[in-house]
Design a protein around this ligand. Structure first.
Ligand code: AMP
Ligand code: GLY
Length: 403
Protein backbone atom coordinates (compact mmCIF):
# COMPACT_ATOMS: atom_id res chain seq x y z
CA UNK A 1 0.00 0.00 0.00
CA UNK A 2 1.27 3.48 -0.92
CA UNK A 3 0.56 6.04 1.77
CA UNK A 4 0.65 9.84 1.66
CA UNK A 5 0.91 11.40 5.11
CA UNK A 6 -0.15 15.05 5.36
CA UNK A 7 1.47 17.33 7.95
CA UNK A 8 4.84 18.23 9.39
CA UNK A 9 4.78 17.97 13.19
CA UNK A 10 5.84 15.56 15.92
CA UNK A 11 2.52 13.76 15.59
CA UNK A 12 3.17 13.16 11.89
CA UNK A 13 6.72 11.96 12.54
CA UNK A 14 5.33 9.45 15.07
CA UNK A 15 2.71 8.34 12.52
CA UNK A 16 5.40 7.98 9.85
CA UNK A 17 7.51 5.90 12.26
CA UNK A 18 4.59 3.55 13.07
CA UNK A 19 3.31 3.30 9.48
CA UNK A 20 6.81 2.58 8.17
CA UNK A 21 6.76 -0.65 10.21
CA UNK A 22 3.57 -1.93 8.56
CA UNK A 23 3.97 -5.19 6.66
CA UNK A 24 1.74 -4.01 3.80
CA UNK A 25 3.34 -0.60 3.32
CA UNK A 26 5.15 -0.31 -0.01
CA UNK A 27 5.88 3.43 -0.17
CA UNK A 28 5.62 6.21 2.37
CA UNK A 29 5.27 9.79 1.15
CA UNK A 30 4.71 12.97 3.13
CA UNK A 31 3.50 16.49 2.33
CA UNK A 32 5.28 18.54 3.39
CA UNK A 33 6.85 16.32 6.10
CA UNK A 34 9.92 17.35 8.09
CA UNK A 35 13.59 16.32 8.33
CA UNK A 36 12.71 13.46 10.72
CA UNK A 37 10.05 12.07 8.39
CA UNK A 38 12.47 12.38 5.46
CA UNK A 39 14.51 9.56 7.00
CA UNK A 40 11.48 7.24 6.72
CA UNK A 41 9.83 8.25 3.46
CA UNK A 42 9.85 10.80 0.65
CA UNK A 43 8.85 14.37 1.48
CA UNK A 44 7.19 16.55 -1.14
CA UNK A 45 7.02 20.37 -0.99
CA UNK A 46 3.22 20.58 -0.92
CA UNK A 47 1.54 22.42 1.93
CA UNK A 48 -0.94 20.53 4.14
CA UNK A 49 -3.65 23.10 3.28
CA UNK A 50 -3.15 22.85 -0.49
CA UNK A 51 -5.98 20.48 -1.40
CA UNK A 52 -5.42 20.78 -5.14
CA UNK A 53 -1.67 20.18 -4.77
CA UNK A 54 -2.31 17.14 -2.57
CA UNK A 55 -4.75 15.70 -5.09
CA UNK A 56 -2.27 16.15 -7.93
CA UNK A 57 0.43 14.52 -5.82
CA UNK A 58 -1.79 11.62 -4.73
CA UNK A 59 -2.76 10.96 -8.34
CA UNK A 60 0.75 11.13 -9.74
CA UNK A 61 2.08 8.78 -7.04
CA UNK A 62 -0.96 6.45 -7.31
CA UNK A 63 -1.52 6.74 -3.57
CA UNK A 64 -3.76 4.11 -1.95
CA UNK A 65 -4.41 5.98 1.30
CA UNK A 66 -3.98 9.59 2.43
CA UNK A 67 -3.65 10.09 6.20
CA UNK A 68 -4.24 13.70 7.30
CA UNK A 69 -2.57 14.71 10.58
CA UNK A 70 -3.46 18.33 11.44
CA UNK A 71 -6.85 19.93 11.99
CA UNK A 72 -6.59 23.03 9.79
CA UNK A 73 -6.59 21.21 6.42
CA UNK A 74 -9.44 18.97 7.63
CA UNK A 75 -11.57 21.95 8.67
CA UNK A 76 -10.68 23.53 5.30
CA UNK A 77 -12.04 20.51 3.40
CA UNK A 78 -8.88 18.85 2.13
CA UNK A 79 -10.31 15.38 2.86
CA UNK A 80 -13.46 16.22 0.88
CA UNK A 81 -11.45 17.30 -2.14
CA UNK A 82 -9.46 14.04 -2.17
CA UNK A 83 -12.42 11.80 -1.40
CA UNK A 84 -14.60 13.36 -4.10
CA UNK A 85 -11.83 12.59 -6.58
CA UNK A 86 -11.86 8.94 -5.50
CA UNK A 87 -8.76 8.94 -3.29
CA UNK A 88 -9.23 7.00 -0.01
CA UNK A 89 -8.64 9.32 2.97
CA UNK A 90 -8.30 8.76 6.67
CA UNK A 91 -9.64 12.05 8.08
CA UNK A 92 -13.06 13.69 8.39
CA UNK A 93 -14.90 15.91 5.92
CA UNK A 94 -15.00 19.62 6.56
CA UNK A 95 -18.55 19.28 7.87
CA UNK A 96 -17.61 16.57 10.38
CA UNK A 97 -14.40 18.42 11.37
CA UNK A 98 -16.61 21.25 12.71
CA UNK A 99 -16.68 19.16 15.89
CA UNK A 100 -13.25 20.72 16.45
CA UNK A 101 -13.45 23.78 14.20
CA UNK A 102 -16.43 25.34 15.97
CA UNK A 103 -16.87 25.17 19.75
CA UNK A 104 -20.52 26.17 19.37
CA UNK A 105 -21.17 23.38 16.81
CA UNK A 106 -19.54 20.90 19.21
CA UNK A 107 -21.74 22.15 22.08
CA UNK A 108 -24.83 21.79 19.93
CA UNK A 109 -23.91 18.22 18.92
CA UNK A 110 -23.18 17.31 22.54
CA UNK A 111 -26.54 18.69 23.67
CA UNK A 112 -28.38 16.75 20.97
CA UNK A 113 -26.45 13.54 21.73
CA UNK A 114 -26.82 13.97 25.53
CA UNK A 115 -23.05 13.86 26.04
CA UNK A 116 -21.92 15.03 29.49
CA UNK A 117 -19.93 18.26 29.12
CA UNK A 118 -19.24 21.59 30.82
CA UNK A 119 -22.37 23.75 31.06
CA UNK A 120 -22.50 26.82 28.85
CA UNK A 121 -22.98 30.08 30.74
CA UNK A 122 -24.64 33.19 29.39
CA UNK A 123 -22.69 35.65 31.55
CA UNK A 124 -18.91 35.82 31.99
CA UNK A 125 -18.46 35.84 35.76
CA UNK A 126 -15.59 34.12 37.61
CA UNK A 127 -15.01 31.24 38.08
CA UNK A 128 -15.53 30.37 34.43
CA UNK A 129 -13.71 29.40 31.23
CA UNK A 130 -13.57 31.62 28.12
CA UNK A 131 -12.98 30.02 24.72
CA UNK A 132 -12.51 31.61 21.32
CA UNK A 133 -15.02 29.86 19.03
CA UNK A 134 -12.73 28.96 16.12
CA UNK A 135 -9.44 27.07 15.78
CA UNK A 136 -6.69 28.53 17.97
CA UNK A 137 -4.08 25.73 18.10
CA UNK A 138 -4.86 24.98 21.75
CA UNK A 139 -4.15 28.55 22.77
CA UNK A 140 -7.66 30.10 22.71
CA UNK A 141 -8.83 28.85 26.12
CA UNK A 142 -8.67 30.90 29.33
CA UNK A 143 -9.39 29.39 32.72
CA UNK A 144 -10.49 32.26 34.97
CA UNK A 145 -10.63 31.89 38.73
CA UNK A 146 -11.03 35.62 39.44
CA UNK A 147 -12.02 38.90 37.81
CA UNK A 148 -8.43 39.85 36.92
CA UNK A 149 -7.94 36.61 34.96
CA UNK A 150 -11.32 37.14 33.32
CA UNK A 151 -10.41 40.66 32.18
CA UNK A 152 -7.22 39.37 30.58
CA UNK A 153 -9.13 36.49 28.95
CA UNK A 154 -11.83 38.67 27.44
CA UNK A 155 -9.26 40.99 25.91
CA UNK A 156 -7.15 38.11 24.57
CA UNK A 157 -10.13 36.15 23.23
CA UNK A 158 -11.31 39.25 21.37
CA UNK A 159 -7.96 39.31 19.56
CA UNK A 160 -8.78 35.96 17.91
CA UNK A 161 -11.67 37.77 16.22
CA UNK A 162 -14.20 34.96 16.76
CA UNK A 163 -17.21 34.97 19.02
CA UNK A 164 -16.60 33.50 22.48
CA UNK A 165 -18.03 30.56 24.42
CA UNK A 166 -18.36 30.83 28.22
CA UNK A 167 -18.33 27.63 30.29
CA UNK A 168 -18.49 26.49 33.89
CA UNK A 169 -15.03 25.80 35.33
CA UNK A 170 -14.58 22.06 35.93
CA UNK A 171 -11.96 20.49 38.18
CA UNK A 172 -10.28 17.09 38.09
CA UNK A 173 -7.75 15.02 36.17
CA UNK A 174 -7.73 15.35 32.38
CA UNK A 175 -7.43 12.47 29.92
CA UNK A 176 -7.51 12.23 26.14
CA UNK A 177 -9.64 9.40 24.76
CA UNK A 178 -9.11 8.56 21.10
CA UNK A 179 -11.17 6.35 18.81
CA UNK A 180 -10.67 5.31 15.21
CA UNK A 181 -14.00 5.91 13.46
CA UNK A 182 -15.42 4.68 10.16
CA UNK A 183 -18.54 6.85 10.21
CA UNK A 184 -20.54 4.44 12.38
CA UNK A 185 -18.14 2.41 14.51
CA UNK A 186 -15.58 3.56 17.10
CA UNK A 187 -12.48 1.50 17.92
CA UNK A 188 -10.63 2.40 21.13
CA UNK A 189 -7.00 3.51 21.18
CA UNK A 190 -4.83 3.71 24.34
CA UNK A 191 -5.75 6.52 26.72
CA UNK A 192 -3.20 9.31 27.15
CA UNK A 193 -2.67 12.21 29.52
CA UNK A 194 -1.39 15.47 28.07
CA UNK A 195 0.29 18.40 29.85
CA UNK A 196 -1.08 21.61 28.38
CA UNK A 197 0.38 24.33 30.60
CA UNK A 198 3.77 25.80 29.73
CA UNK A 199 5.38 25.55 33.18
CA UNK A 200 5.98 22.96 35.87
CA UNK A 201 3.16 22.37 38.33
CA UNK A 202 0.56 23.09 35.60
CA UNK A 203 1.19 26.82 35.69
CA UNK A 204 1.76 29.34 32.90
CA UNK A 205 -0.24 29.76 29.70
CA UNK A 206 -1.94 26.93 27.79
CA UNK A 207 0.14 25.49 24.95
CA UNK A 208 -0.35 22.92 22.21
CA UNK A 209 1.03 20.36 24.72
CA UNK A 210 4.31 20.01 26.63
CA UNK A 211 4.35 16.26 27.16
CA UNK A 212 2.23 13.14 27.54
CA UNK A 213 2.15 9.63 28.92
CA UNK A 214 0.20 6.42 28.64
CA UNK A 215 -1.35 4.35 30.27
CA UNK A 216 -3.20 6.40 32.87
CA UNK A 217 -3.63 4.77 36.30
CA UNK A 218 -7.26 4.04 37.15
CA UNK A 219 -8.40 4.57 33.56
CA UNK A 220 -8.05 1.25 31.77
CA UNK A 221 -9.72 -0.45 28.81
CA UNK A 222 -13.07 -0.79 30.62
CA UNK A 223 -13.22 2.92 31.43
CA UNK A 224 -12.27 3.79 27.85
CA UNK A 225 -15.06 1.57 26.47
CA UNK A 226 -17.53 3.26 28.79
CA UNK A 227 -16.48 6.67 27.45
CA UNK A 228 -16.82 5.40 23.88
CA UNK A 229 -20.38 4.29 24.74
CA UNK A 230 -21.39 7.56 26.41
CA UNK A 231 -19.42 10.02 24.28
CA UNK A 232 -17.95 8.85 20.96
CA UNK A 233 -20.73 6.57 19.71
CA UNK A 234 -23.60 8.98 20.45
CA UNK A 235 -21.60 11.76 18.70
CA UNK A 236 -20.99 9.54 15.65
CA UNK A 237 -24.70 8.82 15.47
CA UNK A 238 -25.59 12.51 15.77
CA UNK A 239 -23.08 13.52 13.09
CA UNK A 240 -24.43 10.86 10.73
CA UNK A 241 -27.98 12.10 11.42
CA UNK A 242 -26.78 15.60 10.45
CA UNK A 243 -25.41 14.28 7.17
CA UNK A 244 -21.74 14.62 8.17
CA UNK A 245 -20.53 11.11 9.13
CA UNK A 246 -17.16 11.15 10.88
CA UNK A 247 -14.25 9.14 9.42
CA UNK A 248 -10.95 9.55 11.22
CA UNK A 249 -9.81 9.95 14.81
CA UNK A 250 -12.40 11.37 17.17
CA UNK A 251 -10.46 12.68 20.14
CA UNK A 252 -12.35 13.62 23.30
CA UNK A 253 -10.58 15.77 25.88
CA UNK A 254 -12.21 14.81 29.18
CA UNK A 255 -12.15 16.16 32.70
CA UNK A 256 -12.62 13.36 35.26
CA UNK A 257 -14.80 15.25 37.75
CA UNK A 258 -16.32 13.92 40.98
CA UNK A 259 -19.57 13.57 39.02
CA UNK A 260 -17.97 11.49 36.26
CA UNK A 261 -16.18 12.28 32.97
CA UNK A 262 -17.14 15.55 31.25
CA UNK A 263 -16.11 16.50 27.71
CA UNK A 264 -14.00 19.68 27.51
CA UNK A 265 -13.49 19.57 23.78
CA UNK A 266 -13.43 17.39 20.72
CA UNK A 267 -10.65 17.23 18.20
CA UNK A 268 -11.00 15.73 14.75
CA UNK A 269 -7.51 14.15 14.57
CA UNK A 270 -4.72 12.54 16.55
CA UNK A 271 -3.36 14.64 19.46
CA UNK A 272 0.06 16.18 19.54
CA UNK A 273 2.00 15.19 21.72
CA UNK A 274 -0.43 12.39 22.74
CA UNK A 275 0.26 10.44 19.55
CA UNK A 276 3.96 10.20 20.38
CA UNK A 277 3.05 8.30 23.59
CA UNK A 278 0.12 6.43 22.07
CA UNK A 279 1.65 4.86 18.98
CA UNK A 280 4.61 3.11 20.66
CA UNK A 281 1.96 1.20 22.65
CA UNK A 282 0.04 0.04 19.56
CA UNK A 283 1.42 -3.35 18.57
CA UNK A 284 -1.35 -4.23 16.11
CA UNK A 285 -1.65 -3.29 12.43
CA UNK A 286 -2.34 0.47 12.55
CA UNK A 287 -2.13 0.93 8.78
CA UNK A 288 -4.66 -1.85 8.22
CA UNK A 289 -7.03 -0.24 10.72
CA UNK A 290 -6.68 3.25 9.17
CA UNK A 291 -7.36 1.82 5.71
CA UNK A 292 -10.43 -0.05 6.95
CA UNK A 293 -11.75 3.09 8.66
CA UNK A 294 -11.20 5.09 5.47
CA UNK A 295 -13.14 2.42 3.56
CA UNK A 296 -16.01 2.77 6.06
CA UNK A 297 -15.69 -0.72 7.50
CA UNK A 298 -14.01 -1.26 10.85
CA UNK A 299 -16.19 -4.30 11.59
CA UNK A 300 -14.16 -7.08 13.18
CA UNK A 301 -11.00 -4.94 13.41
CA UNK A 302 -9.13 -5.26 16.67
CA UNK A 303 -5.97 -3.29 17.42
CA UNK A 304 -3.55 -4.92 19.82
CA UNK A 305 -1.98 -2.74 22.52
CA UNK A 306 1.15 -3.57 24.48
CA UNK A 307 1.37 -3.34 28.28
CA UNK A 308 4.44 -1.12 28.06
CA UNK A 309 4.18 2.48 29.16
CA UNK A 310 5.37 5.48 27.14
CA UNK A 311 6.35 9.01 28.20
CA UNK A 312 6.93 12.00 25.89
CA UNK A 313 8.72 15.23 26.79
CA UNK A 314 8.41 18.17 24.38
CA UNK A 315 11.47 20.38 23.87
CA UNK A 316 10.42 23.91 22.99
CA UNK A 317 11.88 27.23 21.95
CA UNK A 318 12.82 29.55 24.83
CA UNK A 319 9.74 31.74 24.67
CA UNK A 320 7.14 29.23 23.48
CA UNK A 321 4.12 29.60 23.44
CA UNK A 322 4.57 33.36 22.95
CA UNK A 323 7.25 32.98 20.27
CA UNK A 324 9.20 30.64 18.02
CA UNK A 325 12.87 30.04 17.35
CA UNK A 326 14.32 29.75 13.88
CA UNK A 327 17.77 28.73 12.73
CA UNK A 328 19.46 27.64 15.99
CA UNK A 329 21.59 24.50 15.50
CA UNK A 330 20.30 21.35 17.25
CA UNK A 331 22.74 18.83 18.72
CA UNK A 332 22.63 15.45 20.38
CA UNK A 333 19.68 13.70 18.72
CA UNK A 334 21.72 10.62 17.82
CA UNK A 335 22.98 10.31 21.38
CA UNK A 336 19.42 10.53 22.68
CA UNK A 337 18.36 7.82 20.23
CA UNK A 338 21.27 5.65 21.25
CA UNK A 339 20.03 6.03 24.81
CA UNK A 340 16.88 4.25 23.57
CA UNK A 341 14.52 7.17 22.95
CA UNK A 342 12.49 8.04 19.87
CA UNK A 343 13.18 11.64 18.94
CA UNK A 344 10.29 12.97 16.87
CA UNK A 345 10.85 16.18 14.93
CA UNK A 346 8.22 18.92 15.24
CA UNK A 347 9.69 22.33 14.44
CA UNK A 348 12.97 21.54 12.69
CA UNK A 349 14.50 22.39 9.33
CA UNK A 350 17.71 21.72 7.45
CA UNK A 351 20.09 24.57 6.81
CA UNK A 352 22.33 22.85 4.30
CA UNK A 353 23.33 19.70 6.20
CA UNK A 354 22.74 21.26 9.60
CA UNK A 355 19.58 20.52 11.58
CA UNK A 356 18.18 23.75 13.04
CA UNK A 357 15.14 24.94 14.98
CA UNK A 358 12.08 26.08 13.06
CA UNK A 359 9.09 26.63 15.32
CA UNK A 360 7.74 26.67 18.86
CA UNK A 361 7.67 23.00 19.75
CA UNK A 362 10.96 21.76 18.30
CA UNK A 363 11.29 18.05 19.20
CA UNK A 364 9.49 15.45 21.25
CA UNK A 365 11.40 12.76 23.06
CA UNK A 366 9.55 9.51 23.76
CA UNK A 367 10.70 6.51 25.77
CA UNK A 368 8.98 3.29 26.72
CA UNK A 369 9.38 1.03 29.74
CA UNK A 370 7.55 -1.52 31.83
CA UNK A 371 6.10 1.26 33.99
CA UNK A 372 5.46 4.96 33.51
CA UNK A 373 8.21 5.65 36.05
CA UNK A 374 10.78 3.68 34.03
CA UNK A 375 9.71 5.27 30.74
CA UNK A 376 9.84 8.70 32.37
CA UNK A 377 13.34 8.26 33.69
CA UNK A 378 14.53 7.13 30.25
CA UNK A 379 12.83 10.02 28.45
CA UNK A 380 14.40 12.63 30.75
CA UNK A 381 17.82 10.97 30.53
CA UNK A 382 17.55 11.17 26.72
CA UNK A 383 16.55 14.87 26.84
CA UNK A 384 19.82 15.69 28.55
CA UNK A 385 21.73 14.67 25.41
CA UNK A 386 19.92 17.25 23.27
CA UNK A 387 20.68 20.95 23.11
CA UNK A 388 19.79 24.08 21.13
CA UNK A 389 19.80 27.77 22.05
CA UNK A 390 16.98 28.58 24.48
CA UNK A 391 15.81 24.94 24.77
CA UNK A 392 13.15 24.51 27.42
CA UNK A 393 11.05 21.64 28.74
CA UNK A 394 8.87 20.79 31.68
CA UNK A 395 10.49 18.69 34.39
CA UNK A 396 7.33 17.17 35.79
CA UNK A 397 5.80 15.29 32.85
CA UNK A 398 4.20 12.09 34.22
CA UNK A 399 5.74 12.78 37.63
CA UNK A 400 2.50 12.11 39.48
CA UNK A 401 1.58 9.02 37.45
CA UNK A 402 1.54 5.77 39.35
CA UNK A 403 0.82 3.31 36.54
P1 AMP B 1 -9.78 22.87 25.18
O1 AMP B 1 -9.00 23.43 24.01
O2 AMP B 1 -11.24 23.21 25.17
O3 AMP B 1 -9.48 21.45 25.52
O4 AMP B 1 -9.15 23.58 26.45
C1 AMP B 1 -7.77 23.52 26.71
C2 AMP B 1 -7.58 23.29 28.19
O5 AMP B 1 -8.25 24.28 28.96
C3 AMP B 1 -8.15 21.98 28.69
O6 AMP B 1 -7.29 20.93 28.48
C4 AMP B 1 -8.33 22.29 30.15
O7 AMP B 1 -7.09 22.20 30.85
C5 AMP B 1 -8.78 23.71 30.14
N1 AMP B 1 -10.25 23.76 30.11
C6 AMP B 1 -11.05 23.82 29.03
N2 AMP B 1 -12.36 23.85 29.38
C7 AMP B 1 -12.39 23.81 30.72
C8 AMP B 1 -13.45 23.82 31.71
N3 AMP B 1 -14.73 23.91 31.35
N4 AMP B 1 -13.09 23.77 33.00
C9 AMP B 1 -11.79 23.72 33.37
N5 AMP B 1 -10.76 23.70 32.50
C10 AMP B 1 -11.04 23.75 31.19
N1 GLY C 1 -2.39 17.95 22.77
C1 GLY C 1 -3.67 18.44 22.49
C2 GLY C 1 -4.00 18.54 21.07
O1 GLY C 1 -3.42 17.89 20.22
O2 GLY C 1 -4.91 19.28 20.76
Amino acid sequence: MKVLLVGSGGREHALAWKLSQAANLTELHAAPGNPGIAALGRCHPVRAEDGEGLLTLARSLEIDLVVVGPEAPLVDGVADELRHAGVPVFGPSSGAAQIEGSKSFAKDVMRAAAVPSAESLSIARPPCVIKADGLAAGKGVYVCHDQAELDVALRAAASFGDSIVIEELLEGEEVSVFALCDGARALALPVVQDFKRAEDGDTGPNTGGMGSYSPVAGFGAAEVEEVLDTVHRPVLEELTARGVPFVGVLFAGLMLTDDGPRVLEFNCRFGDPETQSLLPRVSGDLLGALARAAAGDLSGVDLEVSDDAAVTVVLTAGDYPAGNDVGSPIDGIEDAEQAGAHVFHAGTALNGERLVTNGGRILSVTSTGITVAVARERAYAACEHISFAGMRYRNDIAAMAHA
